[in-house]
Structure formats: C-alpha cells, structure tokens
Ligand binder design. Sequence first.
Ligand code: NAD
Length: 306
Amino acid sequence: MEKICEGRVAVVTGGGRGLGRSHALELARHGARVVVNDLGGGPDGTGSDPAVAEAVAEEIRAAGGEAVASGHDVADSDGAREVVRLAIDTFGGLDVLVNNAGILRDRTLAGMSDEDWDSVVRVHLRGTFAPSRAAAAYWRDRAKSTGAGVDGRIICTTSPVGLYGNFGQTNYIAAKGGIASFTLGAAQELARYGVTVNTIAPTAATRLVLALMTDEPPAEFVAKFDPGFVSPVVVWLASPQSAAVTGRIFDVRGNRVALVESWRIGAEILRDEPWDPAALGEVVSDLVAKAAPTPDISGYVQPQEG
Ligand SMILES: NC(=O)c1ccc[n+]([C@@H]2O[C@H](COP(=O)([O-])OP(=O)(O)OC[C@H]3O[C@@H](n4cnc5c(N)ncnc54)[C@H](O)[C@@H]3O)[C@@H](O)[C@H]2O)c1
C-alpha cells in the first residue's frame, strides 16, 4: 500500500468518534503521526470525557502508528493553541489540521434559545477559527524563518445542510455556511505560506445523524454511509499530492466525491438610473425565471412537476 501521508503530523479535532475517528485512523494508516483531539462530550456539547480521545490514540498505537490524545475544547482559544502546541512538542511540527469537531442542537427558529444558537455557532465556527489561527501563526512564522513554503493543510467540515439548507437547524446551517465561506478567505490568505484550505461536506452514519432518526436505522443505510467512505478524501487533501487544490468544497457521500460550485453571479440586469422599488417586481420575476434553480438538500436540482 502506498502511504501518502508518511511522516506528516496531523491534528484531528473531534477525532474520538464518528467521522473524526475514521479520519484519524486513516491518516495514521497512511503514515501520519496524529494528535487525536476530542472533548468527549454529548451530541449537544454538554459534558466531557478524556477517555474518548485516548481510546482512538491507543487504537492507532496498537496498530503500530504514532498518536497522542488531547481532551481540549477547540472552541476555546487557549485550548486550540494547546492542541497545536501538543503536535509541535510531541512530533516536532504540524502539517495538517482537520477541523471536524461538531455538535447539534436542532430547534425551529421561533423556538431557538440564545444558548442553542451560541453553543452551536461557538463549537463549529470558533472551533474552526481558533485552531486555524493557531496553526496559521505557526506556519507563517515557519515560512518567514525558512523563506520557503510549508506545504500545510487545513481541512474544514461544513455540511450539505450548510450549503443547501434544511428545516429546523438554522443555528447549525448558519455555522456550517460560515465555515464554507471561511474556506474561501483562509485559502486566499494562506496561499503565500504554502498552505491550502479546503472543506468537506460529508454524509455519514454517526451518532449525530442516527440520533435524529426515530426508528432503528436500516443496516444498508449504516453500511452505505460508513464514515470510512469520507476519510480517503481527507487523507488525499492532507497529503503533499493535493498542493494545487485550495479553496474548494467537496460533497462526499458514500463512494461519490463531488465538487461543490461556489456562489457566483447568475442572471443580472443593469441600468444607468437607480431602480424604482415599485418597478422591481417584474424585473426580479424575470431574473428568478432566468436563474439556475436552487438545489434541495441532496445538492441536486429536482425536476419541476408539470
Ligand atoms: N455525520 C454526518 O452525516 C455529518 C454531515 C455533515 C456534517 N457533519 C459534521 O462532521 C463533523 C463530525 O461529526 P460526526 O457526525 O462524526 O459526529 P460525532 O458526534 O460522532 O463526532 C463529533 C465529535 O466532536 C467532538 N467535539 C464536540 N465539540 C468539541 C469541542 N468543542 N472540542 C473538541 N471536540 C469536540 C465530540 O465529542 C465528538 O466526539 C461535525 O462537524 C459534523 O457537523 C457530519
């Protein structure tokens, strides 16, 4: 087997369960030395348990790999800095940051509490920003001191619902949409240091998804959406092979890898004079008729009935 991440040092946030655990194991299988970070809390972000990260680090070591566990909260600035510091102190550097930690607190908008909003935005958005900032500062200093690019990688995690929308998840959708946009700006900023920034929008049968199902999930659903289908894309993005790809979003479901095309100007109309609001109804109807239709949660535009 060709090991495409041999010798690289990777941090995986939320690496103790679900997708993060799968990414950590697959990165280690491809030769990476891994900091498995996980707060070890519940699906809603409450509680903590250091044994969750430790179990995956131990699984990697038992298979002959190198790993260390971190129970830090990555949405906390000091916690995020300490995770990056742990990689540098333990393995001598950092090459890859996988921002994967996440929680859910689904509510409809009218019933959403401030706490449900803030906690979800905090874990996803600050939990992406804070470790990315710590890693970016390390890579900037290293690039400046060596005068060479660092071949670094940030791989973030958005969600199909953050790109295409869904019912009852405005806190999560706003946070995940923010991560997709963060990718575009961070990719532009960090290119000069030799760092790429890409994002995956995964679908996988993990506790976050299974908890939303009222019935026992069908075995074929669990098999089709095993997190192991998503991790190969993360490993490739983490490897030196992906150096030319940055600012991209990949929708990964089962064995399908798709590139998500970003916001861009669609139908447009120009005129020299300012618009009269009363005249805009007809103009906007015409623009909407000409515009590409909005996809549903699958990411595809469904054929219109009739
Ligand atoms: N499962 C899916 O279909 C799906 C779809 C779209 C996006 N995602 C995203 O994928 C990521 C992984 O989710 P999962 O489905 O594997 O869920 P999961 O609950 O199995 O794993 C998430 C892990 O993140 C950890 N975590 C939460 N807050 C943390 C914090 N502040 N610091 C450190 N660790 C923290 C949790 O303890 C947990 O182990 C999340 O960002 C999620 O939003 C998942």
